[in-house]
Design a protein around this ligand. Structure first.
Ligand code: ATP
Ligand code: MG
Length: 312
C-alpha cells in the first residue's frame, strides 16, 4: 500500500518524524521527489545535524537551494539556533525594555536574562521561518524532515511553551502599565508590547497550521523493532494531544528476501514486530518499505524509494 492523499490541493505541509536512524530524511526526500513531479515543492530540514545535504549529496544550508537535476524541487536546512540569534539581534532593544520595565532587575541581571534562552523560542523561530515560507506561497508543497522524536516533539510543543512565556511577560507588563496609568493616567504601547503581540500572533499562526487537518499531515517513520514501535506509539499519542493529523505511517527496513539463512532469520524476527505494529496502529495505514541492499544516498537511490512509497 502506498502513501495516499498527499497531492490534495489544500494539503500544504507534510512532516516526517520518528526515532533516530529509522529513515526520516530518506523518506521525506523521496516524498518531496514524488510531489515535485507535479507540484512546486520545498523540502525543509529542521534537524540540527542537517542530513539532507548528505542524503542529496549536495550542500544545502540555511538558504533556498534548487536541488540539482530535479525540476520543481528546492531545499533548505533551517537552523533554530541561527533563527533565534537573528530574532535576538533584531529585537534586542525590545527585550531589554521588557525586562527593564517589568521587573526590579539591574543591568547585570538583564544582561544575564538576555543570555538565557526563552523556553521554546528557538524552535518557534525555526517554525516561524517555515510559516513565513508557506505564507510567501512560492511553493505548493512543503515537506519537513525533523530530527529524532524528542526534538520533533519540542518543535511541535514549542508554541505551547512560548505561549506560557508570553503570558508571564504580558502579566509583568500589565503591572507596569497599571503603575504608569495610576501615576500619569496615560499609557502608550511601546515596542516591547508590539513585540509581545507579534510573538503571540506567530504562536497562533503556528498552532493553527499544525492543527488544520486539511493543511498539515504528520507521517511517522518506524522500523519493525520493539523500541521503535513503542516510541512511535508515544509519538502518535502526543500528536493527538496537539491535534495534529496523522493517518498513515511508513514501516521502513522490512526484510523481503528469502535468499539466505540470514535473510530468512531476519524476516522471521521482523514478522513478530510487523504484526505488533498492525495491532498497535490499528487506526493508521501502514506503508511497508523494504530494506535496500545498499544505503539510500543521492537522487537516483531516493527516486527508487520514491517509487515504493508512491506505489509507482
Ligand atoms: N529502506 C532502506 N534500506 C536501506 N537503507 C536505508 C533504508 N532507509 C534508510 N536507509 C539508510 O539508513 C540510514 C539512516 O537513514 P536516514 O538518514 O534517512 O534516517 P533518519 O531517521 O533521518 O536518521 P536521523 O535520526 O539520524 O536523522 C541512511 O544511511 C540511509 O541511507
Ligand atoms: Mg535525518
Amino acid at each position: 500500500m502506498p502513501l495516499t492523499g498527499l497531492e490534495q490541493k489544500d494539503l500544504k505541509m507534510i512532516i516526517f518524524g520518528g526515532k533516530g536512524g529509522v529513515g526520516k530524511t530518506s523518506c521525506s526526500l523521496a516524498c518531496a521527489l514524488g510531489l515535485a513531479e507535479k507540484h512546486k515543492t520545498l523540502v525543509i530540514s529542521t534537524d540540527p545535524a542537517h542530513s539532507i545535504s548528505d542524503s542529496l549529496c549536495q550542500e544545502i544550508g540555511f538558504r533556498l537551494q534548487p536541488v540539482h537535476n530535479v525540476k520543481n524541487l528546492t531545499a533548505i536546512e533551517i537552523s533554530a539556533d541561527k533563527a533565534f540569534k537573528r530574532f535576538k539581534k533584531e529585537h534586542e532593544s525590545e527585550l531589554i525594555k521588557l525586562f527593564d520595565t517589568s521587573t526590579n532587575l539591574d543591568d547585570e541581571d538583564i544582561q544575564q536574562m538576555m543570555s538565557l534562552s526563552i523556553p521554546g523560542i528557538d524552535e518557534v523561530m525555526s517554525f516561524k521561518t517555515i510559516i513565513d515560507l508557506i505564507e510567501e506561497n512560492n511553493y505548493e508543497k512543503y515537506v519537513v524532515d525533523t530530527a529524532p522524536t524528542g526534538h520533533a516533539l519540542r518543535l511541535l510543543s514549542s508554541p505551547v511553551l512560548l505561549d506560557e512565556w508570553i503570558k508571564m511577560a504580558a502579566k509583568m507588563r500589565w503591572k507596569y502599565r497599571y503603575m504608569i496609568e495610576s501615576f500619569s493616567g496615560d499609557y502608550k504601547e511601546d515596542e516591547a508590547d508590539v513585540m509581545l503581540l507579534n510573538l503571540k500572533k506567530t504562536v497562533k499562526r503556528i498552532a493553527a497550521l499544525l492543527s488544520n487537518r486539511d493543511k498539515c499531515e504528520f507521517i511517522p517513520v518506524c522500523i519493525p523493532e520493539d523500541m521503535a514501535i513503542m516510541e512511535t506509539s508515544r509519538l502518535l499519542h502526543e500528536l493527538q494531544q496537539y491535534h495534529i493529523s496523522s493517518h498513515q505511517m511508513i514501516l521502513n527496513n522490512v526484510m523481503e528476501s528469502d535468499e539466505s539463512g540470514f535473510c530468512r532469520q531476519r524476516k522471521a524476527a521482523q514478522l513478530k514486530y510487523i504484526n505488533k505494529a498492525s495491532d498497535i496502529f490499528k487506526n493508521i495505514k501502514i506503508v511497508i518499505v523494504p530494506v535496500f541492499p545498499e544505503e539510500i544516498k543521492g537522487v537516483a537511490a531516493l527516486l527508487k524509494l520514491k517509487d515504493i512509497i508512491f506505489g509507482r
